[in-house]
Design a protein around this ligand. Structure first.
Ligand code: ZN
Length: 504
């Protein structure tokens, strides 16, 4: 910043709001979209069906792991809801994920130095102990020293491994996470019994909660990996620090399929009245984890999306461009549904305007993140200013790489993330507390109304909001936003050397 020249400073100032009137992006009051947004606000707040959708999904279907019978049932349910509200072109788009997985049981008992049950649950797409379980000593492995731990992996034969964090990390979090996968493979080959590593050495959030989840993009491991409650794991760490010998029995049973399993994204549209070929994707993910009802991750996003579609249908106005509502599956295994979508719709991507996603739990929407597209901030701020009677909403250009926004950002389109208050989400995220109790109906209705207004405004404003950036500009932006390392580590970087600083 200290090297910023006057020219750069002036460019920044003009972008920040000193544009001449004719250059300033128009908000809803000036661009003709206000009457429809007023109707959406009224319908969305006074006649919302979002919580009803969430109740059905949570109570009547419940957990829905990608590729499972319950997830298929959720696809049918999603299509039925879309048809009932009158969306057009309702269908599923099938694809396969590399493997399927079913949770069995996870039991653990500490035998020494004291004897009691340990509260554990298996991480997704991890394996089993021998039937009936097996006994072993618990030994600590340092997540921050993976290079040496992988070298010394033979010491883990017949042991129960507990991930810990000691010292300072020598690598970024993403590199460590990728290397943790390498470690799990090595530990598995070396004959480790199980790994306590749900949080990669960190502690589970919440009182007596475990948090399941995947350990990479499309990653499965033969060794059982478990999440343990913070209370139990802390006790084990205290024992180890005192130099005591820890012995436990672990019995973890899961089933991985031998080959790929089929799943599908659920799609329905409100076709545009002027440019039906131009498409804004709006959605959340339909799949969930399986320790509870999958309400906040991401039943809330599903209900927000269906509620928004229903609200827009009921005002009776048709936007200029098509809004395509997509309930993605496979999100929890590595954004598989949205990655399949951009692949299946590759030839149509130049006609896309981006996607708009809600997937950060049960909290109130606080702002919009433009997924790498800093050029869209002034226009989007003109929209959020018109919502100032609801609340102040932030707008920035950050990429959210942990949900179905990322595949759109990779293609130079705005993968727009609805930023939320996440103060309670840390507890419900992938845990046994992810049930309907966690969602306040008024917050959901307002989130759904905000999604409907944003979607309608983007699709209906006279000027098209966005087209894909050229690959070189996209590659540079992804590197500037520190996405290169993660995408490269998980084999998702498509641009070779493009966008790299010449000096490097
Ligand atoms: Zn999610």
């Amino acid at each position: 910043m200290k090297r910023m020249t006057c020219v750069v400073a002036m460019v920044a100032l003009s972008a920040a709001g000193f544009l001449r009137a004719e250059e300033r992006p128009k908000g809803p009051a000036e661009d003709g979209t206000m009457p429809a947004l007023v109707k959406i606000a009224g319908e969305g707040e006074l006649n919302s069906h979002a919580f009803q959708f969430l109740t059905e999904l949570s109570d009547d279907i419940g957990s829905r792991v990608t590729g499972s019978p319950a997830e298929r049932k959720a696809e049918e349910w999603g299509m039925a809801k879309m048809r009932a509200m009158g969306l057009e072109n309702v269908h599923t788009e099938k694809y396969t994920i590399w493997k399927g997985w079913t949770r069995g049981t996870a039991e653990a008992e500490l035998l020494m130095p004291t004897r009691h049950k340990l509260h554990v649950d298996a991480m997704g797409w991890t394996g089993s102990t021998p039937a009936g379980g097996v006994e072993g000593d618990i030994v600590a492995v340092n997540l921050f020293d993976m290079d040496n731990e992988i070298k010394n992996v033979s010491r883990l034969k017949g042991k129960i491994v507990m991930m810990t964090i000691k010292g300072k990390p020598t690598k970024s979090f993403i590199s460590l996470f990728a290397q943790f996968g390498d470690f799990l493979k090595a530990a598995s080959s070396a004959g480790a019994i199980a790994v306590i590593g749900g949080q990669g050495g960190g502690k589970s959030a919440g009182m007596n909660l475990t948090h399941t989840g995947i350990l990479g993009f499309d990653a499965d491991f033969a060794v059982p990996v478990v999440s343990m409650t913070a209370e139990d794991q802390s006790q084990l760490e205290r024992y180890l620090e005192r130099g005591l010998t820890l012995r436990a029995r672990f019995n973890v049973q899961n089933t991985l399929t031998n080959g790929p399993v089929e799943t599908a994204n659920v799609v329905g549209e409100i076709r545009g009245r002027e440019h039906p070929e131009e498409i804004l994707v709006v959605g959340g993910h339909l799949d969930s984890w399986d320790l509870a009802q999958g309400t906040t991750d991401n039943g809330s996003g599903t209900a927000t999306t269906l509620g928004a579609a229903d609200t827009i249908k009921r005002i009776g106005d048709r936007p200029r461009r098509t809004i395509r509502f997509v309930l993605f599956t496979g999100e929890e295994q590595g954004l598989d549904g949205s990655l399949a979508y951009v692949k299946q719709h590759d030839s149509e991507l130049p006609n896309h305007l981006g996607d708009l996603i809600l997937d950060a739990g049960q909290g109130a929407v606080k702002g919009f993140q433009m997924g790498g597209r800093d050029d869209l901030i002034p226009a989007f701020e003109a929209f959020t200013k018109s919502l100032s009677n609801i609340r102040a909403l932030s707008v920035d250009d950050k990429i959210e790489s942990g949900t179905d926004t990322l595949p759109f950002s990779i293609h130079g389109l705005p993968g727009i993330n609805m930023l939320q208050d996440t103060s309670d989400y840390g507890f419900t995220h992938h845990s046994a507390a992810d049930a309907l109790n966690a969602q306040k109906p008024d917050v959901l209705a307002m989130n759904s109304t905000l999604m409907a207004m944003a979607a309608y405004w983007i699709a209906d404003r006279p000027e098209r909001l966005a087209s894909p950036w050229p690959t070189e500009r996209t590659a540079k932006m992804l590197r500037d936003q520190n996405e290169y390392e993660e995408l490269k580590a998980f084999n998702l970087w498509p641009y070779g050397d493009l966008g790299a600083d010449k000096k490097e």
